[in-house]
Design a protein around this ligand. Sequence first.
Ligand code: NAP
Length: 267
Amino acid sequence: MNRNLKGKRILITGASKGMGAELAKLCAKAGARLALVARSKTELEKLEIEINSQGGDAKAFPTDITCEIERENLFRQLKDHFHELDILVNNAGSGSWNHFVDGNEEIVRQLMEINFFAPAEMIRQAVPLLEMGNQPAIVNVASMTGRRAMPSWTEYSASKHALVGLTEALRGEMARFEIDVLLILPGLTITPFWENLALKTGKADLGLEKGMSPLDAAKGILNAMTSNKTETVLGWDAKWMLRLDKFFPRLINWLLARKVEQLYASN
Ligand SMILES: NC(=O)c1ccc[n+]([C@@H]2O[C@H](COP(=O)([O-])OP(=O)(O)OC[C@H]3O[C@@H](n4cnc5c(N)ncnc54)[C@H](OP(=O)(O)O)[C@@H]3O)[C@@H](O)[C@H]2O)c1
């Protein structure tokens, strides 16, 4: 069943920049009421003012979603503000671009916190509010690396695989509350994500300039929300890679290993 966003109460994490900020603006244009969540208060409040000055309805809730106390505080405020919730978009996330042997335990834990534990606990807190919502949905923004893990994205791929696993299991469980669970698998997107990598020692040419704009990614997420599409792959690179991997996984393994050998041949 299609979903009209007019009047829908939507919480978007990672709304201060990148895809999340673009998605917030698109949802506001579609008539949704928004709770904007990220750590940076200034950026969130700027977006709140921008949306509200154009006739939208947004409120900033600066929160570090990896912190249990801050999450509880967020949901207390959200209950007062919205009473119920229609859509939770788990979009906040971050990455690291390095070979596993060049990384450290802190990076693994940091990425699991933001890309897996935080969205998992956001869902746990949101379910009682979503249960009372109108056409409720949980939208998890993972990554193409959540389906096909990639060298140099090791910790990131692992954290996004965990999110994909959670999403698929929850789809069945949430049916009893009539909450839809949607998965988004974006490919390369030109956002501040690339400036905020925990480590940046990977070697390949990522061809970032060929990535999607955050607006195009946000349009894809919006489309998944309105059409209630269970799984959406965004970007030519992600579509291409995931299709090839589905039919020729051993070929992809071989090509990736050969590339790594070439890149590290002089080491
Ligand atoms: N860019 C890509 O190529 C790409 C590709 C595939 C998937 N993705 C995924 O798409 C999602 C959006 O990425 P993006 O490219 O738009 O990244 P981005 O521009 O770096 O935005 C990330 C957002 O997450 C927020 N965030 C980070 N840590 C947080 C925390 N502890 N608590 C609350 N908010 C936090 C950031 O805000 P603050 O810093 O203000 O907290 C920011 O709003 C992520 O899940 C990412 O993994 C990105």
